[in-house]
Design a protein around this ligand. Sequence first.
Ligand SMILES: CC(C)(O)CC(=O)SCCNC(=O)CCNC(=O)[C@H](O)C(C)(C)COP(=O)(O)OP(=O)(O)OC[C@H]1O[C@@H](n2cnc3c(N)ncnc32)[C@H](O)[C@@H]1OP(=O)(O)O
Length: 257
Amino acid sequence: MAYETLIVETHGAVGLITLNRPQALNALNSTVLRELLQVHEAFQADDAIGAIVLTGSERAFAAGADIKEMQPLGYVDVYSRDLMSGWDDVAKVRKPVIAAVSGFALGGGCELAMMCDIIIASETAKFGQPEITLGVIPGMGGSQRLTRAVGRYKAMDLILTGRMMDAAEAERAGLVSRVVAAERLLDEALEAAAKIASLSHPSVLMAKEAVNRALETTLDEGLRFERRLFHSLFSTEDQKEGMTAFIEKRKPAFKNR
Ligand SMILES: CC(C)(O)CC(=O)SCCNC(=O)CCNC(=O)[C@H](O)C(C)(C)COP(=O)(O)OP(=O)(O)OC[C@H]1O[C@@H](n2cnc3c(N)ncnc32)[C@H](O)[C@@H]1OP(=O)(O)O
């Protein structure tokens, strides 16, 4: 299937989505949103896909929501359409998604990276929430996800000043999972995704769900939730296979069952 704003490929068990609006530094418009949702749905339904990588270009992962699309809108337009709410569905994909970020990840670009589960950044990456410089505030989750990722004081610094932080600062702050040389970015992300995809898919999905629950609930509830998921995995063939393979000193052959 051909997309206007995305390039979609598969690399073995990994789905690769490349944002492709180079003329606008991959600014996120309504077409990008619609197409991303279509691809996520397709990858979600495809049992052969175990993980997804989302990337942009060397110059920009994404320079934010499309300012030219938003500029003419008024309050009634954005309120009645509940503008940006569709992006919540992008964050709901159940398979693990790795953001491979090079260049600008600003505004909605940073927010899109934060909807992913792992952020691998090239040394050239720059993160920021510059909405305040446009007379608005983050609207795709920045004030919430950035604060959870880096803490209140760093989030305030970034959101109130609109400044950018480089990859090293983002890694120190806990926003970025790893920083790699620019030329290694995609390979590193694809290798990490292939490793995840080679594991038992039910346990991978549950691991993602359990980690995400930590951000939404009390410790007590979270511990109970984790334990219930952990218990449920003993009903899978893959639990028997994984533990038997360890004892027999061989690689497990997971069936995702
Ligand atoms: C989702 C919300 C609600 O949270 C809101 C947002 O995301 S609001 C948007 C937040 N992002 C920004 O404010 C960043 C805007 N872009 C820039 O500041 C600069 O483009 C830059 C610093 C990323 C790069 O600067 P430079 O290298 O000088 O390139 P430019 O000539 O500025 O850009 C090239 C080309 O891309 C267009 N562009 C860039 N960003 C956007 C955008 N967010 N929306 C629409 N178009 C964008 C820019 O206009 C240029 O196009 P032309 O004017 O040459 O046609």
